[in-house]
Design a protein around this ligand. Structure first.
Ligand SMILES: *Cc1c(COP(=O)(O)O)cnc(C)c1O
Length: 325
């Protein structure tokens, strides 16, 4: 598949797959972790993989600025700023809310990375990015627009490719995973994984733990993911269809709403840190890890399964949640 080669190198791959001995003993399954918190690019995360494809597309189109949208602690915005810096492009980040007095966590890194920051209060980010793109064009800049989380048909290729990487690791480890758990939000990661599973014939059931009740660009998340998959399938000329029933999203842990830190997230972060020395993030992976442990605990199934927790990064946000610890 030639489009899967059309990327620029921004990170460190393959990311390690590690066994979690103490967590496995405690929760009764063989539990592994894939370290996409170690992808590089200004402290790592799942956006590195998407940006390898998005930034390449931007360069192919002759762009000289990357522009994107997100919350103030967006990992995607931080990594987009880093990708732009690494490639000699400008970056513009349109961020929700008002400019804070002190910058912390990802926002601090955005500033260090030289991004142009625009705080837009509660205005619609999807509208604001169009307005900014036009303003930049009027000034002679060639912007490349990246949607929320980099979750489109180009960005998702990062996780199609990641499934191929995981298949190789299964061969090396001589095992097949039964289930993969990870945090799903704007859907690009899950779109890529589900499409990659089909293309590379991965056995594992892919379970996204939702951290966000809101729609993605006006669509329920599963429908948005299917839309992204279908346009990526078209670009890759991959015929086999994927149905919405293949997109598994667990919604029972997102009641508190996006970015709201509860005792579930607190438990997950300290549980993994104090048993394995690995740090989760407060917004995404903590909720997903909590959800995974809870689902495993509630399963009646007596036989031990091979479980993979896919760590998607985000640790820098812990520094803006410091009052909770
Ligand atoms: C963006 C992000 C996710 C969610 O990935 P999507 O592709 O947006 O669904 C999960 N974890 C972390 C740390 C992230 O930054």
């Amino acid at each position: 598949m030639q489009q899967l080669e059309n990327k620029t190198n921004l990170g460190f791959f393959p990311t390690p797959v590690e066994f979690l001995p103490r967590i496995s003993a405690k929760y009764g399954h063989n539990i592994y972790i894939k370290r996409d918190d170690q992808t590089g690019l200004a402290s790592g995360g799942n956006k590195t993989r998407k940006l390898e494809y998005l930034a390449k597309n931007a360069l192919d189109l002759g762009a000289n600025a990357l522009i994107t949208i997100g919350g103030q602690q967006s990992n995607h915005c931080r990594q987009t700023a880093a990708a732009a810096a690494k490639l000699g492009l400008q970056s513009y980040l349109i961020l929700r809310g008002e400019k804070p007095e002190y910058f912390q966590g990802n926002l601090l890194l955005d500033k260090i990375l030289g991004a142009n920051l625009l705080f837009v209060g509660d205005k619609d980010l999807f509208q604001e990015i169009k307005i900014l793109a036009q303003q930049l064009k009027d000034k002679g800049i060639v912007p490349y627009q990246i949607t929320m989380g980099g979750s489109d048909d180009v960005g998702c290729l990062g996780y199609v490719n990641a499934i191929q990487e995981l298949k190789n690791q299964e061969d090396i480890l001589k095992l097949e995973f039964d289930e993969i758990y990870f945090s799903t939000s704007s859907g690009g990661t899950q779109a890529g994984m589900v499409l990659g599973k089909k293309i590379f014939d991965l056995n594992a059931k892919i379970i996204g733990v939702s951290n966000d009740k809101s729609n993605m660009d006006g669509l329920p998340l599963a429908e948005y993911i299917l839309k992204v998959i279908n346009s990526a399938r078209k670009n890759l000329s991959f015929e086999p269809e994927i149905s919405i029933s293949e997109i598994h999203i667990s919604k029972q842990y997102n009641e508190a709403g996006y970015g709201v830190f509860t005792e579930n997230e607190q438990f997950a972060i300290t549980e993994l840190a104090q048993n394995e020395g690995i740090i989760l993030d407060p917004v995404y992976t903590a909720r997903a890890f909590f959800g995974m442990l809870d689902m495993l605990k509630n399963q009646q199934n007596k036989h031990k399964k091979n479980i993979l927790f896919w760590h998607t990064g985000g640790q820098s946000a812990n520094f803006s949640y410091n009052t909770f610890f």
